[in-house]
Design a protein around this ligand. Structure first.
Ligand code: ADP
Length: 419
C-alpha cells in the first residue's frame, strides 16, 4: 500500500479545456478516499492522471513520496478496477485472476502464479468458484474477480472509476458493503470515483468534493454533512437535499419566508453588514410540534405550514411546503441547481417528519426547528458563514480515530472458536 500526494495538479486538454484546475490532495497509506461531484467536474480525469492514463499538464504527483509524473502506468504499480469489470468470458475465474501474471511472460513460475491466485481467492472468498466462468457468477462475485486481478499484481493502491454505476440499486447497496469490508481487510489505499453522493457518504474514510475542476472540500462524510464549507457542498451532500431559503436581515431578526428567527449576537457578528443571505436547513431538522416535549419545544421556533404534498415512506414521511422566494436568491439557487445537475424545485421546503403521526395533503401543521442548526451562506460567494472550524476538526479527528481502529480490528486474525 502507498500514500498518494497531489500537488496543484492541472489538466488542460488538447482543445484548451481546463478540466482540473489545481487540485492538491494528500491520501494516506491505507486510506479510502472518494472523489465525488456532478458529471463533468473532472473526477475521472483526475483518476486517470493518478494511474498514468492521462498526462498531467502541471503540478506534481507523488506515490510513496516519489514524483511519478513521467512514469508509465506499469511503473506506478497501481491497479484500476473499471465499471464493466473487463473479465474474459471464456476464461475461468482462476485464469481471469491470473491474467496480469500471464502477461508478464516468464516472470512467474506456475507455482508462483498458483500461490498468488490462491492468496487473492482466499482473501476474496472465491476459492470455491475458481473453476467457474464469469457468466455464471453474481455481479458481486464478478466485482471480486476484478479485484482479485488487482491483488495478484501486488498493486500499491486500487483505483475505482464508478464501478457500480451499471448495477441495480439493491446490488449496488450490497457491493458497497462488500467493497468497504475488503478495503478494511486488505488495508489497501483506495481512490474511488463516483457521482453518487450516497455512495461517497457510505464508502469513504474521506470524501473530496469537486466542482468544475476545483476541490471544494475534503472531509469525513459526517464533516461534509454537518460542516459544509459552502453552498455547493451543502446542496450536494444529503438526501433529500438541504432546504435553501432566502433570509432577510432586519435588525435583530432574520426574516425567512416561513418564520422570523431572532438573531443571537454571535450570528449577527458572522452576518456582518449583509442584508440578504441564503439559509440552509436540513429536512430532518424540522419536527412536528405534536411529537416534541416542552423542553425541546423551548429551544426552537415554530410556524404553521400548509402541507402541499405528503409522502409516507414507512420509516419517515416527507412534507412538501411551498414558499415565496426572493428573486436574487432564486437566481443563485438556479445557478446551484445547474451546477448540481439537479432539477429540484427550490421554492418548496421539505420536512422529514416522524411517520407515526401521519400527515395528509392539504393539512396544516405546526412545525419546529432549532435556529442554532441553521447554516447561513453568503448569497454571492456561497461561503458558509456559520462554518465552525473547531467542530469540523473534531469530527474529522474522531473519524480518523475510527478508521485506525477499524483497520487494526480488520488486521487481527479472527479468534478461534471456543472448543
Ligand atoms: P467526470 O468524470 O467528473 O464526469 P471528466 O473528468 O470525464 O468528468 O471530464 C471533465 C471535463 O473534461 C468534462 O467537461 C469533459 O467534457 C472534459 N473532457 C474529458 N475528456 C476530454 C478530452 N479528451 N478532450 C477535451 N475535453 C475533455
Amino acid at each position: 500500500m502507498a500514500s498518494i500526494n497531489l500537488k496543484d495538479i492541472v489538466k488542460v486538454y488538447g482543445d484548451g479545456y481546463r478540466a482540473v484546475k489545481g487540485v492538491s490532495l494528500d491520501i494516506a497509506e491505507g486510506e479510502f478516499v472518494i472523489l465525488v461531484g456532478p458529471s463533468g467536474c473532472g473526477k475521472s480525469t483526475l483518476l486517470r492522471m493518478i494511474v498514468g492514463l492521462e498526462d498531467i499538464s502541471s503540478g506534481d504527483l507523488y506515490i510513496d513520496g516519489e514524483r511519478v509524473n513521467e512514469d508509465a502506468p506499469r511503473k506506478r504499480h497501481l491497479a484500476m478496477v473499471f465499471q464493466n469489470y473487463a473479465l474474459y468470458p471464456h476464461l475461468t475465474v482462476f485464469e481471469n485472476i491470473a491474467f496480469p501474471l500471464r502477461l508478464e511472460r516468464g516472470q512467474f513460475t506456475e507455482e508462483q502464479v498458483r500461490e498468488k491466485v490462491m492468496f487473492a481467492a482466499e482473501t476474496l472468498e472465491l476459492v470455491e468458484h475458481l473453476d467457474r466462468k464469469p457468466a455464471n457468477l453474481s455481479g458481486g462475485q464478478r466485482q471480486r474477480v476484478a479485484m482479485g486481478r488487482a491483488i495478484v499484481r501486488d498493486a500499491r493502491a486500487f483505483l475505482f472509476d464508478e464501478p457500480l454505476s451499471n448495477l441495480d440499486a439493491k446490488l449496488r447497496g450490497q457491493m458497497r458493503t462488500e467493497i468497504s469490508r475488503l478495503q478494511r481487510r486488505l488495508g489497501t489505499t483506495m481512490v474511488y470515483v463516483t457521482h453518487d453522493q450516497t455512495e461517497a457518504m457510505t464508502l469513504g474514510d474521506r470524501v473530496a468534493v469537486l466542482r468544475k475542476g476545483e476541490l471544494q472540500q475534503v472531509a469525513s462524510p459526517r464533516g461534509l454533512y454537518e460542516q459544509p464549507r459552502n453552498l455547493f457542498v451543502a446542496g450536494f451532500i444529503g438526501s433529500p437535499p438541504m432546504n435553501f431559503l432566502p433570509g432577510q436581515v432586519d435588525g435583530d431578526v432574520l426574516r425567512l419566508p416561513v418564520v422570523d428567527v431572532p438573531l443571537t449576537d454571535a450570528l449577527r457578528e458572522r452576518l456582518g453588514d449583509r442584508d440578504l443571505v441564503i439559509v440552509g436547513i436540513r429536512p430532518d431538522h424540522f419536527a412536528d410540534v405534536a411529537a416534541l416535549d416542552d423542553d425541546k419545544l423551548a429551544t426552537g421556533v415554530t410556524f404553521d405550514a400548509v402541507v402541499d404534498v405528503a409522502e409516507w415512506l414507512g420509516s419517515e414521511q416527507y412534507a412538501y411546503i411551498p414558499f415565496e422566494t426572493h428573486p436574487d436568491v432564486a437566481a443563485k439557487l438556479d445557478e446551484l441547481d445547474r451546477d448540481l445537475d439537479g432539477e429540484s424545485m427550490r421554492t418548496q421546503l421539505v420536512a422529514a417528519l416522524s411517520s407515526e403521526n401521519r400527515v395528509r395533503d392539504g393539512d396544516t401543521r405546526t412545525l419546529w426547528f432549532d435556529p442554532a442548526r441553521m447554516l447561513i451562506f453568503d448569497h454571492n460567494t456561497w461561503e458558509n458563514l456559520t462554518f465552525d472550524a473547531d467542530a469540523a476538526r473534531a469530527i474529522d479527528d474522531q473519524n480518523e480515530e475510527d478508521r485506525k481502529q477499524a483497520l487494526a480490528r480488520a488486521a487481527k486474525p479472527a479468534a478461534a472458536p471456543a472448543a
